[in-house]
Design a protein around this ligand. Sequence first.
Ligand code: URP
Ligand code: ZN
Ligand code: ZN
Length: 466
Amino acid sequence: MGTLIQNGTVVNAGGQQKADVLLEGEHIAQVAANIPPVDHTIIDATDLLVMPGGIDVHTHLDMPFGGTVSADDYRTGTIAAAVGGTTTVIDFALQSRGHTMREAQQTWLAKADGKACIDYSLHMAITDLGPEGGAQGLHEMEEMVLDGISSFKLFMAYPNVLMIDDGLMYKVMQKAASLNALCCIHAENGSAIDIVVAQMLAEGKTAPHFHALSRSIKAEAEATHRAIALADMVNASVYIVHLSNAEALRELRSAQKRGIRALAETCPQYLVLSIEDQMPGQSWEEAKYVFTPPLREKKNQEALWQALEDGSLAIVSTDHCPFRFKDQKSLGRNDFTKIPNGGPGIENRLQILWHHGVNTGRLSREQFVELCCAAPARVFGMPQKGSIAIGKDADVLLWDPIAQYTISAATQLMATDYSMFEGWNVRGNARHVLSRGALVVKNGLWIGQIGQGKFVKRVANAGGLA
Ligand code: URP
Ligand code: ZN
Ligand code: ZN
């Protein structure tokens, strides 16, 4: 006996069709018209879209950062993700300097163990290759790939904490290329930004607004260019995370035109929020929007939307890195450099992209699935996910395209005391969600088992570009 999803419209990145979907155990067994109900459990999908569960490739759950720890752990974060229609997350394990990648891997697997409510995987953020020219670290990269951690993150920002230099970046990229692994880059010129920050503080510019002004689009564009150039030197595949503006996008497009294997994501906050609207420099409340890269001038939004439409930007992720306003963002009340960087978004990614992308006619339903489900699976080496097809994991999102919903901290499941989209009305929302065949969200409510999420071993496929 399986679960039969009847009367829905199946939407994949490659097209849509009226079809029933039969799930058996953890997998999709059949996609066809009029599958006989026999003894199956029936889910009625009349007027609903049947899509692959969302995949959010950029989250920071239970992460020590900025003198505190991100507010969502694997339990609250993955429940919020599921209610928002996401069935897989890829989180970042952070290697501490002087410690091994193995330790970071074990630390993050322990955070997830017994708590993750949907499937999850890890990127390894490298800060240190160890002594002896990095032989130990380079060997560990091989071990990580064997363990299914097929992407490595490098930070070109946050000096003295996570930032690496160009030499280390070069070495990691060279090794990653030999392993077919993907290099994910936080691209901002951290050294230049630190000088601007020091100058601002010396002038008494301590409000949240100055966080945004201290991190220019040129600092992001320069680092984007440099990361791609280094990757090209060693023939590595590179993926720029949270790309936020038109100048960085120009660098990306120019590389793509030359055949360089460069991909990038953006995030909902850069598509719909702006420095003019959210951070005009008038109040402490603006600390809610202190994340990195910062919000940009509104004119950048159009360029990002166009890049989603034409495929220059491959993926929409959240960079979910939640901190409570009251007792965490407040660490920087008198100094913006002490405001923990990050914002909550894991629950709202699909709502925002559907409402502002599909409802406005900017994106087709298929493009929505491509950006949120299919490309994340392909780029990050999860061939069993990202589409509604026979043999794939039964991660299924039943989406109500006309449901009205008001986003609010009062009703959200993310553990923050605010929402970046407070009071926004959206049309289109998750109705039911299945994770490897188990109904985990029913009529918008979480009903799943705590800890049912499994670690996803990802294959190294050079971002699907090799
Ligand atoms: O502000 C952000 N984005 N915090 C999370 C860490 C990062 O840079 O992705
Ligand atoms: Zn980052
Ligand atoms: Zn991030």
